[in-house]
Design a protein around this ligand. Structure first.
Ligand code: GLA
Length: 454
């Protein structure tokens, strides 16, 4: 029994004799039961509790638990093992569908997918964390049903969407047996769905020889989400999951799709705090926000004919012409115009290594998301307010779409541990909710972690 950040790799290590002395002497091991916990500390506590359970209780957990899915898995028994990270956005929120610049980073919270190709046209998908599985025919993707005619579970729309868009583009696509597990909390603003799309797209790219680079892969995934899942998202999440660079944020200009990696100072920690308030992009006001921005562009264009999107509107032009907008359009558009400007300023601060200034811009960004874009929640504001008052914190803001989910703080490394504890305590006292808080590393984008030698 043990805890691990990577259940696939660890199981395999045990079976190769490189895991632990006990399993070396008693291999092969079979994985019969697992649980996902929010962080290392909670996992270690839970391990102690499980270790102390008597034989009968353990037996009941393993065999009496209806959630157990058989057979147990080991990714290295599959031909392909793909890893796709989630992302955090440091600045530039709700600007990626307005041609604006964004500053996300891929993080060390990831989707792990293992798969074998099948000879038929079936996608057999197992969601290990949800302990659900489904069989989908590649001939019935349009209908969004499984082979028995039942509606697809929500999670299956993402891989099915990739297969669907690939068919639309006439890319070859194989049936697969795929299993996956993820430690990106769902609906938390860390792009668990983009990671799933990018991971499955990378799997098929590998299997079926699609000639797409990572940016093109991200665009394909965004189209699947827009057209199949029905969320009118921008490109930031899929882009970051596909193109992440170790130790770096990614400056991505969504107007012309240029991007570059920007080193983050090593003495600064990225701390993510999950408010535990969940959201769903399609049921939230996300699409409404997007519509207001489009309306604002159409109206401003009457006086500013050269603009194609809100990124093209300068702060000066906005102040001269904003009288044309209704109050909602005004607030939404003002956020976007100013947020784009904040990212430009943030790039300047990073080039001067001025993290204090960067943190100030994050604070302003949050205020604007709260007052103008109106996508914050009291719980997110509470996390941000507590964080900003703690020693070593340069700045905090909500990250992702909002309406729930996570905040991100940049914290001086030497204060990070205390920061995490105090933020957790403060949030618990203020709301009664136990936040999950992690110190994250910026990581590599989607990749084939392992492929069975042929
Ligand atoms: C979600 C969307 C992104 C982006 C953010 C807000 O994560 O998927 O495209 O719009 O919200 O910045």
């Amino acid at each position: 029994m043990g805890w691990t950040m990577d259940i696939f790799r660890r199981t395999s290590q045990h079976n190769r004799g490189t895991g632990a002395r006990y399993t070396k002497m008693n291999s092969p091991v079979e994985l019969v039961y697992w649980e996902t916990q929010s962080d290392k500390k909670t996992a270690q506590k839970r391990e102690l509790v499980l270790k102390k359970l008597g034989h009968n209780k353990k037996h009941q957990l393993i065999y009496g638990n209806p959630k157990i899915m058989k057979p147990a898995f080991d990714p290295f028994q599959y031909e392909y093992y793909i890893v796709a990270p989630g992302r955090v956005n440091l600045l530039g929120e709700h600007v990626d569908y307005n041609g604006g610049p964004v500053l996300p980073a891929a993080i060390d919270r990831q989707m792990n997918i293992s798969a074998n190709p099948r000879k038929d046209n079936i996608l057999h998908l197992k969601a290990l964390d949800l302990t659900e599985e489904t069989w989908i025919s590649l001939d019935q993707l349009d209908e969004k049903i499984d082979v028995n005619g039942n509606p697809l579970p929500d999670w299956a729309l993402y891989p099915a969407g990739i297969a669907w868009i690939a068919q639309k583009r006439s890319y070859p696509i194989s049936g697969v047996d795929a299993i996956f597990t993820s430690n990106i909390p769902i609906g938390s603003g860390l792009s668990s769905s983009a990671a799933m799309e990018v991971g499955f797209a990378a799997l098929w790219r590998e299997l079926d020889g699609w000639k797409l680079d990572n940016l093109e892969l991200a665009i394909l995934c965004q189209q699947a989400e827009n057209q199949y899942v029905g969320v009118n998202c921008g490109l930031m999440d899929q882009f970051a999951s596909a193109n992440g660079v170790v130790g770096s944020a990614l400056y991505f200009n969504t107007n012309n799709l240029d991007w570059k990696a920007v080193n983050l100072p090593p003495s600064v920690s990225i701390v993510i705090a999950d408010s535990k308030k969940r959201r769903s992009l399609s049921t939230s006001g996300y699409n409404d926000r997007r519509t207001s921005c489009e309306e604002a562009v159409a109206i401003l264009k009457q006086n500013l004919p050269s603009i194609n999107n809100l990124r093209d509107v300068t702060i000066h032009d906005f102040s001269q012409n904003s009288y044309m907008l209704n109050p909602i359009q005004f607030k939404r558009a003002r956020h976007v115009v100013e947020e784009c400007h904040r990212v430009d300023q943030a790039m300047e601060s990073l080039s001067k290594n001025d993290i204090i200034q960067f943190g100030e811009l994050m604070k302003q960004g949050h205020q604007s998301l709260k007052d103008l874009y109106e996508v914050s929640l009291p719980e997110l504001d509470t996390l941000v307010n507590i964080a900003n008052a703690l020693p070593g914190c340069f700045g905090a803001r909500l990250t992702g779409a909002g309406f729930g989910g996570c905040t991100v703080s940049l914290v001086e490394e030497k204060h990070a541990k205390n920061f995490v504890e105090q933020l957790k305590d403060g949030y618990k006292k203020a709301t009664g909710i136990e936040a999950d808080i992690y110190i994250c590393k910026a990581t590599q984008g989607v990749h084939v972690e392992w492929r069975k030698p042929s």
